[in-house]
Design a protein around this ligand. Structure first.
Ligand code: PGA
Length: 249
């Protein structure tokens, strides 16, 4: 195996959950523990971004508009996330692809916009259950990756974090096995390596889908799994902390 200096990362995706009280709880829980071996990111809903103090963890948004500014009611501009101290933004999450009809091309567009504004995309890929069952999942994921490679070029993957989130594992309690996660993570790395093996080797790839304190160590110990994108369990500060502590050292 090639040497790498990938730093583990764990991101919490609150989705449309949480409140001001949860900000306090999470800040209190994390203030007592050393998490310096891992990059931790919290992605709350937009209204709560201003409620965080200076913490050991970074902030991320859950989406950006594909427009830079202007008359787009209900949208949030990438520059606004920057101004609210975000360093990351989740893009291409399967819930947005499904609920908001976000295509591979639109997601690629947003990745380009985030990079232009020096925000790190947490770029999500992952197959639905029928594609898993019919065995076409590598092709499906390759297409999602290719749209972004085509838009921003392979070199941009120096500044992109990929999250593999099989849709059948999101919020279902049905976690991918460590072997299933590793298989796809290795595939993603090989796919990038076809264009640039150094970038493939350095790219941080997270697993997401029903990660909990109880399964994080096993998932994160896989050689190509560099951390996690955590939904439900990120709403429980103790559980989220134990997942962060499970990251490789
Ligand atoms: P989950 O969600 O951890 O609740 O399965 C993961 C995600 O959607 O990012």
């Amino acid at each position: 195996m090639q040497m790498n200096n990938r730093r583990p990362l764990v991101a919490g995706n609150w989705k449309m959950n949480g409140n001001l009280a949860l900000i306090k709880q999470i800040e209190e829980t994390f203030s007592k523990t050393d998490i310096s071996h891992v990059d931790v990111v919290v992605c709350p809903p937009f209204p709560y971004l201003g409620g965080f103090s200076d913490n050991d963890f970074a902030l991320g948004g859950q989406n950006i508009s594909h427009f830079e500014s202007g008359a787009h009611t209900g949208e949030t501009a990438v520059s606004m996330l920057k101004e609210m101290n975000c360093q990351y933004v989740i893009l291409g999450h399967s819930e947005r692809r499904a609920d908001n009809y976000e295509s591979n091309e639109l997601v690629a567009n947003k990745v380009g916009l985030a990079l232009k504004h020096k925000l790190t995309p947490l770029f999500c890929v992952g197959e639905p259950e029928d594609i898993r069952d019919n065995g076409q999942f590598f092709d499906f994921i390759a297409e999602q990756l290719n749209a972004v490679i085509k838009e921003v070029g392979i070199a941009a993957f120096n500044d992109i974090v990929i999250a593999y989130e099989p849709i059948w594992a999101i919020g279902t309690g049905k976690t991918a096995s460590p072997e299933q996660a590793q298989e796809v993570h290795a595939f993603i790395r090989q796919h990038l390596a076809k264009q640039d093996s150094n970038i493939a080797n350095q790219c941080v790839i997270l697993y997401g889908g029903s990660v909990k304190g109880s399964n994080a160590v096993e998932l994160f110990s896989q050689p190509d799994v560099d951390g996690g994108l955590i939904g439900g369990a990120s709403l429980n500060p103790e559980d989220f902390l134990s997942i962060c502590l499970a990251a490789k050292r």
